[in-house]
Ligand binder design. Structure first.
Ligand SMILES: [Mg+2]
Length: 379
C-alpha cells in the first residue's frame, strides 16, 4: 500500500475586522492548511499544518509531494528524521517552522490512514487506548480590538462549565492583577486558572508580575519571556514556585532537548501541527518523560489539528508517576470564534461541561464537511 496523492489545502477566514490575540499582537484572520492524503486503494487521511496557509502549502507542493507519493504510510515515523538527514528535504532547509509544519500535516494524515487501515484509533496506534476523554480548559480572555472586558469571557467559561481556564495577560503588572483577580472572583476557588504572557516581559517584569499573582493560585504561567530568550528561562524558571510552561514557539527535537535537559521550563507545549506531527510529538514526550517534565500540547488549530492533539494527549503514559498522582494537565480548547475548528468537522468537538471526548476512530475519528472546506478554501 502506498500514497498515491497528497494535497495541501490552504484555508482562511476573516474575522471581519474584529482582531483578537495576545499581549504581543492581534489577528483578524484565522487560517490553517489541511492535508489530504489518499492511498492507491482509496483510503483518505487528513492532517493539518499550523502555519501561514499558502506558505506551508507551497512547502508541501515544492519540497515534499514528490517524496510522499509512492511512500508506504507505515514509514510515517521516518519523515522528520529523513528531513534532518537530507533524504526527504535538502538538510539546509529542513529545520524551522514552515518545513516542519508541512511535515506535521503530512504526518498526521498518514497516521489517520494507518488508523483506517487497521480499524484502530490514533490513540491506540500511539500506544494507549483506555483514555476516552480529557478535561478541557477554556483558552480565552484575549486582548481584542474592541476592548472586550475580561469579565465577559470569564462568565462565558463559567456558563460552559469549564473547570480550567487560561487568560491572556502581559500588558503591565497592574493590568495583570486586574485581569486575574477578576477571573478568580468570577470563576471561584475550585477552577484551575492559567495565564499566558506570550513572551512579552523581561525576566524582571515577569518576576514582579508572578509575585503579585501568587495569591490567585495559578496552575501555570505561560511564556513569561520570549521563546528565544533561553537565558531568561534559565534565570526565571528555578526562581518561581509556579510551574513555567512554554514550547508553542519552539521547534523540533533538538530545541526541545535543550529545554528539557536544562529544565528551562516545567511543562512543555508542542503544537502537533508544527512540531513535526504526531511522530515528533511522541518523540518529544518520551524525552520529556526522562526528565519528569509533563507535556501539555498547545492547541490553536482547526478541527483536524484539535483532533490530532486530542489523540496524542490521550495516548500519553503517566510515567514516571503512578495513578495516585494526577499528572495529566487540562487540554487546551480555544473559545475564540473559529469556523475552521467548529465547521470543518461533520461532528464538531464539544468541550463544554468539563469533559472532552476523544473521537473513537478509526484513525482520527473525524469526517470532513466538504462544503465547509470549500467555503474557506483560498487560492
Ligand atoms: Mg500560549
Amino acid at each position: 500500500m502506498t500514497i498515491q496523492t497528497i494535497d495541501a489545502i490552504p484555508l482562511s477566514h476573516s474575522l471581519d475586522g474584529r482582531a483578537l490575540g495576545s499581549s504581543r499582537g492581534k489577528t483578524d484572520t484565522r487560517f490553517t492548511t489541511l492535508v489530504r492524503a489518499e492511498t492507491e486503494d482509496g483510503l483518505v487521511g487528513w492532517g493539518e499544518a499550523f502555519a501561514p496557509p499558502r506558505t506551508v502549502a507551497t512547502a508541501i507542493d515544492e519540497l515534499l509531494a514528490d517524496e510522499i507519493v509512492g511512500m508506504d504510510p507505515y514509514q510515517v515515523e521516518s519523515l522528520v528524521t529523513d528531513s534532518y538527514t537530507g533524504s526527504l528535504v535538502d538538510y539546509h532547509f529542513a529545520d524551522g517552522p514552515f518545513v516542519q509544519s508541512a511535515i506535521s500535516g503530512v504526518d498526521i494524515a498518514l497516521w489517520d490512514i494507518l488508523g483506517k487501515l487497521t480499524g484502530e484509533s490514533v490513540t491506540r496506534l500511539l500506544g494507549s487506548g483506555d483514555v476516552s476523554s480529557v478535561v478541557p480548559y477554556a483558552s480565552t480572555g484575549y486582548f481584542t480590538s474592541w476592548g472586550q472586558d475580561i469579565e465577559e469571557p470569564m462568565r462565558a467559561a463559567a456558563d460552559e462549565e469549564f473547570t480550567a481556564v487560561k487568560l491572556k495577560i502581559g500588558r503591565g503588572v497592574e493590568d495583570d492583577i486586574d485581569r486575574v483577580s477578576t477571573a478568580r472572583e468570577i470563576l471561584g476557588d475550585e477552577t484551575q486558572i492559567m495565564v499566558d504572557f506570550n513572551g512579552n516581559y523581561t525576566p524582571k517584569q515577569a518576576r514582579r508580575s508572578v509575585a503579585a499573582l501568587e495569591k490567585y493560585d495559578l496552575t501555570w504561567v505561560e511564556e513569561p519571556v520570549p521563546a528565544e530568550n533561553l537565558s531568561g528561562y534559565r534565570q526565571l524558571t528555578p526562581e518561581l514556585d509556579i510551574p513555567v510552561a512554554a514550547g508553542e514557539a519552539h521547534y523540533g527535537r533538538f530545541e526541545y532537548k535543550q529545554l528539557l535537559d536544562e529544565r528551562l521550563v516545567d511543562i512543555v507545549q508542542p503544537n502537533i501541527g508544527r512540531i513535526g506531527g504526531l511522530s515528533e510529538a511522541r518523540f518529544i514526550a518520551k524525552l520529556a518523560a526522562t526528565e519528569n517534565i509533563p507535556v501539555c500540547p498547545h492547541v490553536w488549530n482547526g478541527g483536524v489539528g484539535v483532533a490530532a492533539a486530542l489523540h496524542f494527549y490521550a495516548s500519553l503514559t503517566t510515567y514516571p508517576h503512578s495513578e495516585n498522582v494526577p499528572v495529566l494537565l487540562p487540554f487546551e480548547f480555544d473559545r475564540s470564534p473559529n469556523p475552521l475548528r467548529d465547521e470543518l468537522l461533520e461532528d464538531p468537538l464539544d468541550p463544554r461541561g468539563g469533559e472532552l471526548a476523544v473521537p473513537d476512530g478509526p484513525g482520527l475519528g473525524i469526517d470532513i464537511d466538504e462544503e465547509a472546506l470549500e467555503r474557506y478554501r483560498i487560492e
